[in-house]
Design a protein around this ligand. Structure first.
Ligand code: HEM
Length: 225
């Protein structure tokens, strides 16, 4: 196998890993959004739902088993996603040897760079978000076992609500490009379906981004208190 075809095969496998892990993360996020929108139904419903997620088991899994299974899969998906993205960037750099290839790559670089930076920022946001609403170690008034109160008092701090709003706008861009590239990476793209792909990517990223943003906005405007 030549040096080039070897590199190409690696790239295909890594792209597939990036697409599948991204798809898993996307599905989880859609569920997370639907769950979080329960906040509009009030404290009792939201806290009961959070408690259900924390304690849910199945005939095969003990109490809290589902939570830990999903957490494990999510952690694996995030690690694989970041690993495949980083190593594809390095592969790209190594593959680009001539000036012509460098020039051709400029346009692709723009999308890839945007994805990289939005990806890093979303990753930072996730760590901050866990410290804020799950562990509570950066929350000014964290009450263990009362996610509704933690969410409301957390977003009543304007700079924090703005961080969430900004991060979820960035997430929207990241999702848009990720969903757009997904079919290509999985070898399912066809020029005839490109308009459909674009509509799909735009609609889902806007719905996710606006859905998440609606929560800090609802707290800031007093709709949720
Ligand atoms: C404004 C939007 C969001 C709100 C209000 C929100 C709310 C919450 C809450 C209340 C929890 C803690 C539940 C608990 O431990 O009782 C949580 C956990 C979490 N959130 Fe979010 N979230 C938002 C957006 C996001 C986004 C965009 C991501 C990822 C990009 C994300 C990733 C996570 C993760 C990974 C956890 C931990 C899940 C677990 O412990 O199993 N969240 N979120």
């Amino acid at each position: 196998m030549t040096w080039f075809s070897n590199l190409y095969q690696h790239a295909i496998v890594k792209k597939a890993i990036m697409a599948v892990s991204g798809l898993f993360f996307f599905g989880w996020l859609a569920g997370h959004l639907l769950g979080n929108l329960k906040v509009f139904q009030g404290a009792d419903k939201f806290n009961a739902y959070a408690e259900f997620l924390r304690t849910m088991g199945t005939p095969l899994l003990p109490e809290s088993g589902v939570l830990w299974l999903v957490r494990g899969l999510l952690t694996a998906a995030i690690i694989l996603h970041i690993w495949s993205a980083t190593s594809l960037t390095l592969l790209n750099r190594r593959a680009r040897t001539s000036d012509y290839e460098k020039r051709q790559g400029l346009q692709l670089d723009y999308a890839a760079r945007t994805m990289r930076w939005s990806g890093y920022l979303v990753a930072f946001y996730i760590v901050y978000h866990l410290m804020h609403l799950t562990w509570g170690n950066v929350h000014h008034d964290f009450i263990p076992g009362d996610p509704y109160a933690n969410l409301v008092s957390g977003f009543q701090v304007v700079p924090i609500a703005l961080v969430y709003i900004g991060a979820n706008i960035l997430l929207g861009f990241h999702l848009y490009h990720g969903l757009w590239s997904l079919f290509q990476s999985l070898g399912l793209a066809h020029p005839a379906y490109n308009p459909w792909r674009r509509h799909f990517a735009i609609t889902f990223s806007i719905v996710m981004s606006l859905g998440f943003i609606s929560i800090p906005v609802a707290v800031l405007t007093g709709v949720i208190s």
